[in-house]
Write a protein that binds this ligand. Structure first.
Ligand SMILES: Nc1ncnc2c1ncn2[C@@H]1O[C@H](COP(=O)(O)OP(=O)(O)OP(=O)(O)O)[C@@H](O)[C@H]1O
Ligand SMILES: Nc1ccn([C@@H]2O[C@H](COP(=O)(O)O)[C@@H](O)[C@H]2O)c(=O)n1
Length: 226
């Protein structure tokens, strides 16, 4: 189905709940753009590490938060992420970045910078867009047409992630997910949270295809004015 009128969809939730997989599939199916905001926070974290900035020092991070140029490609079938002209899609998924991203993304100057970028991208998406992250429904796009909050048990999320990572230890993966969620939920500015008007979808017992169908239905109902 092609997009009829522009629609803004916010999909938030903890790590490994299926935000990226669901958002990409929904956007592709409905002819919408797609924005992975976690990739943007990972990209700025990669830049900090690459430039020798101490990620435990918020003032050092704040001082250079405006420096890297971050460009997101929003085709749901081939999303891209560039920093200062370098394709960092692979590097930002490495463990070093994953372990540091919560500290960098908690710095208010980083959030202000990336939030502005996200709002500009959403405003430019004439077809409409699915934006996924942690604070999209609460902070970045509080006026979004449809807000979804995905959840899943830590066990299900760890099993999904362990399936992706070769030789990953299930308990260690689970602990790392829970630790990152706790950091993201407890930061002062724009923490991971469900917006009051978001619809919560527990994906623990659902296949990816079932989640996609559920979200597409919610968007179509909204468009039909139900
Ligand atoms: N409903 C589902 N059932 C089984 N596996 C799923 C489901 N949804 C997603 N997955 C798988 O779980 C893994 C994590 O999904 P995905 O990357 O979409 O989650 P995420 O919420 O975007 O995670 P993160 O916030 O850490 O980036 C992927 O391997 C994906 O294929
Ligand atoms: N809206 C967002 C999105 C992400 N973050 C931070 O980035 C980290 C990585 O996100 P992934 O979705 O790629 O796993 C995440 O743990 C948050 O620290 C954010 O703050 N706000």
């Amino acid at each position: 189905m092609e997009s009829a009128t522009p629609v803004i969809v916010a999909i938030d939730g903890p790590s490994g709940t299926g935000k990226s997989s669901t958002s990409k599939a929904v956007a592709a199916q409905l002819g919408l753009r797609y924005l992975d905001t976690g990739a943007q926070y990972r990209a700025i974290t990669w830049w900090m590490v690459n430039n020798g900035i101490d990620v435990e020092d918020p003032s050092a991070i704040a001082a250079v938060a405006g420096k890297p140029e971050i460009v997101s490609g929003t085709d749901p079938k081939a999303p891209t992420i560039m920093v200062d002209g370098v394709d960092v899609a692979k590097q930002i998924r490495e463990q070093d970045v994953t372990s540091k991203v919560s500290a960098v993304s908690a710095v208010p100057e980083v959030r202000a910078r990336i939030t502005e970028l996200q709002r500009n991208i959403a405003a430019a998406a004439a077809e409409g867009i699915v934006v996924e992250g942690r604070d999209i429904g609460t902070t970045v796009l509080p006026g979004a047409d449809v807000k979804i909050f995905l959840t899943a048990s830590p066990e299900a999320r760890a099993a999904r992630r362990s399936g992706e990572l070769k030789n990953a230890d299930l308990n260690a993966t689970r602990e790392a997910l829970v630790k990152r969620d706790a950091a993201d939920s407890s930061r002062k500015v724009a923490p991971l949270a469900k917006a009051d008007d978001a619809i919560e979808v527990d994906t623990t017992e659902l296949t990816l295809q079932q989640v996609v169908e559920c979200v597409v239905t919610l968007i179509e109902e909204k468009r039909a004015g139900k």
